[in-house]
Design a protein around this ligand. Structure first.
Ligand SMILES: Cc1ncc(COP(=O)(O)O)c(C=O)c1O
Length: 385
């Protein structure tokens, strides 16, 4: 069998390699997993079962049910004041599908997509798969891992078409301020960039507030807001997300999606309708739990020699600076896994500027986090600078 030439060099990403090694170790503390440890609330599960029993077992509308799309609009209006209508929403098989369809709709071969890094690593392959060219925009911790207008402007070329941003961020856990977003918005407007704003961690903000990028003046018409229920409603396995954007873009993405998945799982959509309308208190409860876990872990890390960790801002990630230990990201993460039996991810897996950092996901119980921090402390003390 002959595979496509362009995928002949395809190999597991650094992230996947570490996931596989961690899965093979039965005594590992899993701080590499980017999904909530909580299972989906039972009332949401019941709603899906009820829908299926009521006959929601056939193909659904390709764009998603109108009432489910309305629930997405209501959620973003109620929580963040973002106004939209159901024709500006498409239901997706997870946030990952939003990126695929958006890039497919927007890119001609060779078009440039600026990735504000460190960023969610799958973006790189997704851009490649849609024949775009990733333009790696490095950020620094001093700037909160958010691109400045000057840095952004420097990488713009006549082929620049799309800018990808993410707040709260995976992997850094940082939350953009309004001022930082406004600086990016002014460049997006000046150079006519379409902004893919990944806001899948919207419900997990501990510092400041979540501001949808599309809610900034003049940004709605050039922004695709990508959200989903994986993180906010602990529904990773259900594969349900959505995109909110200008109607012509959503229309094109819907036509492309028809040839790809022909819509989204129907009982899941009905469960999402219920979940989007009823779970604000539960989301707030879980955010408190994640915040106390993140605070505990960042305090423990800051007490370790050579490690410096910012206070939690959002999502369930920390991105500590480990340069003081004298190790690279890869050496540290693999050493901690093999010698300390704690799985984390090297910051460099999220873009070259993540070198010197590791990503820690606080998606495990406090008991596991305590054990993991004891092990990490022991490991760090064995390192010679
Ligand atoms: C930043 C970011 N975007 C998108 C996704 C994809 O989420 P899903 O496809 O489960 O909705 C993830 C998952 O980890 C993520 O961290």
């Amino acid at each position: 069998m002959k595979f496509a030439e362009r995928y002949s060099a395809l190999k597991p990403s650094p992230m996947l390699k570490l996931f596989m090694a961690a899965a093979a170790d039965t005594d590992v503390a899993h701080l590499e997993i980017g999904e909530p440890d909580f299972t989906t609330e039972l009332d949401i599960i019941d709603e899906a079962a009820r829908a299926a029993k009521d006959g929601y077992t056939h193909y659904g509308p390709i764009q998603g049910y109108a009432d489910v799309r309305q629930a997405v609009c209501d959620y973003w209006d109620r929580r963040y004041g973002l106004k939209s209508t159901p024709d500006e929403v498409q239901m997706m098989a997870g946030g990952v599908q939003s990126v695929h369809l958006a890039l497919q709709a927007l890119l001609d071969p060779g078009d440039e997509v600026i990735t504000a890094e460190p960023c969610f690593a799958p973006y790189f392959d997704q851009i490649y798969q849609h024949q775009g060219k990733a333009v790696h925009l490095a950020t620094t911790e001093e700037d909160g891992f958010v691109p400045t207008a000057e840095a952004l402007e420097k990488v713009i070329t006549p082929r620049s078409k799309v800018l990808m941003i993410c707040s709260p961020s995976n992997p850094t856990g940082r939350v953009m301020t309004r001022g930082q977003m406004e600086a990016i918005a002014s460049v997006a407007e000046k150079y006519d960039l379409t902004v893919l704003s990944d806001e899948i961690y919207d419900s997990l903000v501990y510092k400041g507030e979540h501001i949808p990028f599309a809610a900034l003046p003049g940004m709605k018409e050039r922004t695709l807001t990508m959200g989903g229920l994986s993180k906010s409603h602990c529904m990773t396995g259900w594969r349900i997300g959505y995109a909110i954007g200008p109607t012509p873009l959503i229309r094109t993405m819907t036509l492309l999606g028809a040839n790809q998945t022909y819509g989204v799982n129907v009982p899941t959509q009905r469960a999402a309708l219920y979940a989007l309308n009823t779970q604000d208190d539960k989301m707030a409860e879980r955010a408190e739990i994640f915040f106390s876990r993140l605070s505990y872990v960042s305090d423990r890390l800051n007490a370790m020699p050579g490690i410096c960790c910012a206070k939690p801002e959002g999502a369930f990630y920390l991105f500590p600076d480990i340069r003081g230990t004298g190790k690279t990201s890869e050496e540290f993460a693999w050493g901690l896994l093999e010698e300390g039996h704690v799985a984390t991810l090297p910051g460099s897996a999220f873009g070259a500027c993540g070198q010197g950092y590791i990503r820690i996901a606080c998606t495990q119980s406090m008991e596991t986090l305590e054990k993991a921090m004891d092990r990490t402390e022991n490991y760090v003390r064995t390192l010679k600078k």
